[in-house]
Design a protein around this ligand. Sequence first.
Ligand code: BGC
Length: 266
Amino acid sequence: MASLEGQTALVTGGSSGIGEAIAKAMAAAGAGVVVNYASSQEEARRVVEEITARGGRAISVQADVSREEQVLAMFQAAHEEFGALDILVSNAGVQKDAAFTEMTLDQWNLVLGINLTGAFLCAREAVKEFLRRGVVPERSRAAGKIIFTSSVHEVIPWAGHANYTVSKAGLSMLMKTLAQEVAPHRIRVNSIAPGAIKTDINRSEWQSREAAAEVLKFIPYERWGEPEDIGKVAAWLASDEADYITGATIFVDGGMLLYPGFRTRS
Ligand code: BGC
């Protein structure tokens, strides 16, 4: 398994779903983990307890990533606890679906605020910290690593989800532009773009037999993803095993991007 021994990772939206799996995978690889949550304090505490019960190090820190002052306070808290930050996983994300003409400005702003502005704010603070410290060869070949949780919907349009798809498409360019900007400082910036992973965000789909089967038609590999499918990739991508990867989006989607309808096209 890729080692993150001696490193610290901050995972936003770490109290459930993909964020929880990433936090646990990072901890299992040896990293101390800051489990960020917005409102699910109990859940975040449970994740921290599960990590520490397995001999890992973790704390939970509350912050709404769309609020600048809360993001600054979260980085301060992380610094006080662990002294250094090596990995940011900007994962916090929400969906507020509506037909285009029904979409309210609040729904638009909420999703862009958390999914995109939140990613910008957290990445900015992480980069500042990485630049201040530079490379510490005993810990990693890179001065820092940023991973954004994107989505297949950074490229697949999705009717009724304009705010969400736009936020993920924006993340794609944020990731690439930032990767280009900070590469000379040995900071790696990448995205993981999950497909249909069983989390709270799509619970209504995978818990209904018919809806779950409907979604399977879009997945050539013919299984829903589990949060752990993403956690393992994130731990590897943050490690020196992936030291030459920057500016990349790794799609972890069971083939959702492969135009599944064409498999049976004549
Ligand atoms: C969405 C899920 C959806 C999946 C595949 C994700 O980004 O949050 O609701 O099931 O993409 O379409």
